[in-house]
Design a protein around this ligand. Structure first.
Ligand code: DGL
Length: 267
């Protein structure tokens, strides 16, 4: 079991922010990544659709015999994890609980801002996860749908990005929240701009938090890979456009990856 791979899935390329953090924290582990590029974006889709897509991604990863599945996509975590947890033979972990936990730890005034896709924000998943453990928290949420295309176009700084960041975060700034959760795979790439606009606000990167959570769960289940000084194997799969994925991977990982294999028979 220990030598099996960690499975990660996302709606597309954004989950590579989670892949990167897991790789950094657990370099020995083998990782299998699946990006559902044929059906991206998930961020404006309904709960039943997301549950269907997530189930198919999970079944694909289970066929690859992974030992744990990390739902890197915030939208998939927000809309499908409640329905799907406990249904499979391996631990299934998402980004919401880990991000919420960190935000509660980090806030001093119990005012927490959350940004994400429309579906994630409308689901109130972060809000519920925070309030479950910190009843006095005040949560201010904002959907930021233009952040994903900005990142995928590589427009990470400059006037346009500053303008979009200000447009979305202005109302959050005036709330006095001292913590903001980046509740979307793509947003860590805009961290610099967000930090410079929300000066002094603590930024919770759900990618970092879920990597720490994955390590915790692997250790608890006694399935952490033990070998040291070895780099694990990496496998990438997509449901469409492998070349485009490879190009964007360069932006997310700052290195080349091999051409992902295309999976045609998800459904
Ligand atoms: N991966 C999605 C998320 O984290 C963003 C991209 C999409 O909308 O599919 O919510």
């Amino acid at each position: 079991m220990k030598n099996k791979a960690i499975g990660i899935f996302d709606s597309g390329v954004g989950g590579l922010t989670v892949f990167k953090e897991i790789e950094k924290l657990l370099p020995d582990e083998d990782i299998i990544y699946f990006g559902d590029t044929a059906r991206v974006p998930y961020g404006n889709k309904s709960k039943s659709t997301i549950i269907k897509f997530s189930t198919e991604s999970i079944l694909f990863l289970l066929k690859k015999k992974v030992k744990i599945i990390v739902v890197a996509c915030n939208t998939a975590s927000a809309l499908s994890l409640d329905a799907l947890s406990g249904m499979f033979s391996v631990p299934l972990i998402g980004v919401i609980e880990a991000g919420a936990r960190k935000a509660i730890k980090a806030t001093k005034n119990k005012k927490i801002a959350v940004v994400g896709t429309r579906s994630t924000i409308n689901s109130k998943s972060y809000e519920n996860a925070i309030l479950k453990n910190e009843k006095k928290a005040k949560i201010y949420s904002k959907a930021c749908p233009l952040f994903v295309p900005l990142v995928e176009e590589g427009i990470l700084e400059g006037e346009t990005t500053r303008g979009v960041v200000e447009m979305y975060l202005k109302s959050l700034k005036s709330t006095g929240a001292d913590v903001i959760i980046l509740g979307c795979t793509h947003y860590p790439l805009l961290k610099k701009q967000i930090a410079s606009y929300l000066k002094g606000v603590y930024i919770v990167d759900s990618a970092t938090e879920v990597a720490l959570h994955a390590k915790e769960i692997l250790a608890q289940n006694n399935i952490l890979k033990l070998s040291k000084n070895k780099t694990g194997k990496r496998e990438f799969y997509v449901s469409d456009e492998p070349k485009a994925f490879m190009g964007l991977a360069r932006l997310f990982l700052k290195r080349e990856i091999p051409l992902p294999k295309v999976v045609n028979n998800l459904q």
